[in-house]
Design a protein around this ligand. Structure first.
Ligand SMILES: NC(=O)c1ccc[n+]([C@@H]2O[C@H](COP(=O)([O-])OP(=O)(O)OC[C@H]3O[C@@H](n4cnc5c(N)ncnc54)[C@H](OP(=O)(O)O)[C@@H]3O)[C@@H](O)[C@H]2O)c1
Length: 248
């Protein structure tokens, strides 16, 4: 029970990495707050957690929604011990396809949303608290068609250092988990037809040292390490979970 009696606030908790982390955190004793923007997926995720999680519908692109989600958490539990800023999504857009609106939307979800999730939650976080941000292999390697997502993830990696320094005097640690290619619904939402997606998956797999996609559970276990006191002397760091993709 590594998170016994802890309150864990998870954005992007309705699917993939966030949902697997929510299940693991709950099994380790946490009271989970699940945040998602899609009401159906939120309800389904709530069922998967046996109806024990607080479910909050919020669009992370809107600061007012983030504020309301934090306020609902404060009203119910009074505090946040673990914050997992994990929500993220994009569509593939090569250089010539990127528009001003595309940049604004990607920034709003994948960077600004992450920043304001931390800003709004920090005042009710406890001494010894842990913040985890999901970054990406994209801030280490250049992958065509994902320039804006990659830039937002590199910016999120930077935040982990700066906000880690700002929050360290309060005993709050800030770390990143950097997934490689993980088998989640993320890929079904990036706007590629199935046949192209399977070609992309084959070519990515060849780049991975362990020659397979990761499982969301493997990310959840790393998030649990960062969430718990097992990582009590780790802050400002990024733990890479990518089967060697960015290392070899
Ligand atoms: N899978 C990979 O290979 C991979 C690699 C590198 C990094 N990552 C990162 O890992 C994180 C989790 O992704 P995943 O792979 O688990 O994908 P996923 O299964 O698609 O999960 C994405 C989550 O983000 C939430 N989300 C999307 N837009 C939102 C919005 N506007 N407001 C609130 N929540 C929103 C989704 O919830 P709703 O749609 O229900 O709102 C969902 O819970 C993301 O930050 C992603 O960039 C993934």
């Amino acid at each position: 029970m590594k998170l016994k009696n802890k309150v864990a606030f998870i954005t992007g908790g309705t699917s993939g990495i966030g949902l697997e982390s929510a299940k693991l955190f709950q099994a380790e004793g946490a009271q989970v707050v699940l945040v998602g923007s899609n009401a159906e997926r939120l309800a389904a995720a709530g069922n998967e957690l046996g109806g024990k999680a607080l479910l909050v519908g919020a669009d992370i692109r809107k600061v007012a929604d983030i504020e309301r989600a934090v306020e609902e958490t404060r009203a119910k539990f009074g505090r946040i011990d673990v914050l997992f800023a994990n929500a993220g999504a994009t569509t593939v857009a090569p250089l010539e396809a990127v528009t001003e609106a595309y940049v604004a939307d990607n920034l709003a979800l994948n960077f600004t949303g992450t920043f304001f999730t931390i800003q709004k939650a920090a005042p009710i976080m406890t001494q010894g608290g842990s913040i985890i941000v999901t970054t990406s292999f994209l801030n280490t390697i250049g992958y065509p068609g994902l320039s804006i997502l990659a830039a937002t993830k590199a910016a999120a990696r930077s935040l982990v250092r700066t906000l880690g320094a700002e929050l360290a005097p309060r005993g709050i640690r800030v770390n990143a988990v950097s997934p490689g290619a993980i088998a989640t619904p993320f890929y079904s939402k990036i706007g590629l037809p199935d046949n192209v997606l399977s070609e992309v998956a084959t070519s990515i797999t060849q780049r991975i040292g362990l020659k397979r996609f990761g499982d969301a559970v493997e990310l959840a276990k790393t998030a649990l390490f960062l969430a718990s006191d097992d990582s009590s002397y780790t802050t400002g760091a990024e733990l890479v979970v990518d089967g060697g993709m960015t290392q070899f």
